[in-house]
Design a protein around this ligand. Sequence first.
Ligand code: CA
Length: 229
Amino acid sequence: MSKVLIIEDEVEIADLERDYLELSGFDVEIEHDGVVGLKRALSEEFDMYILDLMLPGIDGFEICRQIRGEKNTPVLMVSAKKDDIDKIRGLGLGADDYITKPFSPSELVARVKAHLARYERLIGSNMPENDIVEVRGIRIDKTARRVWINGEEKQFTTKEFDLLTFLAENPNHVFTKEELFRRIWDMESIGDIATVTVHIKKIREKIELNTNKPQYIETIWGVGYRFKV
Ligand code: CA
């Protein structure tokens, strides 16, 4: 849920903004004082800021300037005077949008939604791509910790996932059960190498067509396991 901080000293306006945004599914916080609002804006994570211009303590111009010094989060400025909009533009504070009072609450909601969508696209495009391991019909998304077998998603426990991923990333290499246990289970773990056998069995039930004739994880008798490429 997107979190919006409203800094607005007029209680009725702040409540109206909050009510409409909450109806649209936003999580909204209000501060009526400029100093307190600025402190929260900088120290907490929000997805959008709605700033009134004239505030007790510290005004919206200064709050916007300080937010911009640290964050790229969208800022919507609210002012009572049309002249102020020119001033906001002129100061180059980096506000993303401005709206004058009185405004229709649905207009405010529409603008907040538009800015959030744009910002999310911007962040999304800067995110590194997920780390994927793919071997013959098995697709492991290491970032999302999800696994698909021939296009169908299967559920794996944490250790099953770690074990499968480790083997798939190190194919054609025989690992003993001791090695696998040491690598996947930390030293504090209760258990022994039989745990490895149990997990291999569970993984095979999910990835192999025929667990008696494994196509992926081979048993090397007397040694351990090998992931076939
Ligand atoms: Ca005000």
